[in-house]
Design a binder for this molecule. Structure first.
Ligand SMILES: [Zn+2]
Length: 205
């Protein structure tokens, strides 16, 4: 899938916030949670075919603030959405979502904005030679464990971006995604930073 161009009629509508096939769902003013009625309305609306685009997209802001009933109301559609629908759940704390919702999602961990870590990730993606890859990987080794966890998710997010933009082939994308998933598991099991950095490096060589 190509990256958004930012200039065409569709992109322009998205940027102006008036695209008819993109719906933002958020808490009502002064409400602490997203209510079940709101999600029932989304569920019904999601059956309608898109106007303009190939798909209709529902973006739920603060999805972790959906009431449990609201989440339960969506289980069926999250499991088997109509082919023309994409749901994007944004959550600061995905652990607050019920397990049956989470298990139906493809989870993407995005690095916080304005952090310098992505620069290191970019270096890895831009690396032209083995030497460049090795020297970037050595920098990963110097990170603290929380930074390394963050770096792994930024590599994943970057790989997804590059793949979507057609700058990364499927095979390499698969290898990076696989190694990063393993790296995440290793971090949970306290495997050394050197070993995890090696895993990151081999995904790029
Ligand atoms: Zn466009």
């Amino acid at each position: 899938m190509p990256a958004p161009c930012g200039h065409c009629r569709q992109c322009e509508k998205v940027l102006r916030g008036v695209h008819p096939d993109i719906t933002y769902v958020e808490r009502e003013k002064d409400a602490k949670e997203i209510k079940v009625d709101q999600m029932r309305a989304v569920r019904a609306a999601s059956l309608v075919l898109p106007n303009d685009a190939a798909r209709s997209v529902y973006i739920v802001r603060d999805a972790d603030l959906m009431r449990n009933e609201a989440q339960n109301a969506m289980l069926k559609v999250f499991e088997e959405p109509a082919p023309h629908v994409v749901f994007i759940l944004l959550a600061a704390n995905a652990e607050r979502l019920i397990g049956t919702v989470r298990s139906r999602c493809v989870e993407l961990v995005l690095p916080p904005r304005g952090h310098e870590l992505p620069e290191l990730t970019e270096r890895l993606f831009a690396a032209g030679t083995r030497y460049d890859i090795l020297s970037a990987a050595l920098e990963f080794e110097k990170l603290s464990r929380p930074e390394l966890v963050e770096a792994i998710s930024s590599v994943k997010a970057c790989a997804l971006r590059e793949f979507s933009a057609g700058r990364l082939d499927g095979e390499k994308f698969g290898r990076i995604a696989e190694n990063m998933n393993r790296a995440e598991k290793y971090m949970v099991h306290n495997v050394s930073a050197g070993y995890v950095s090696g895993l990151i490096m081999t995904a790029f060589i």
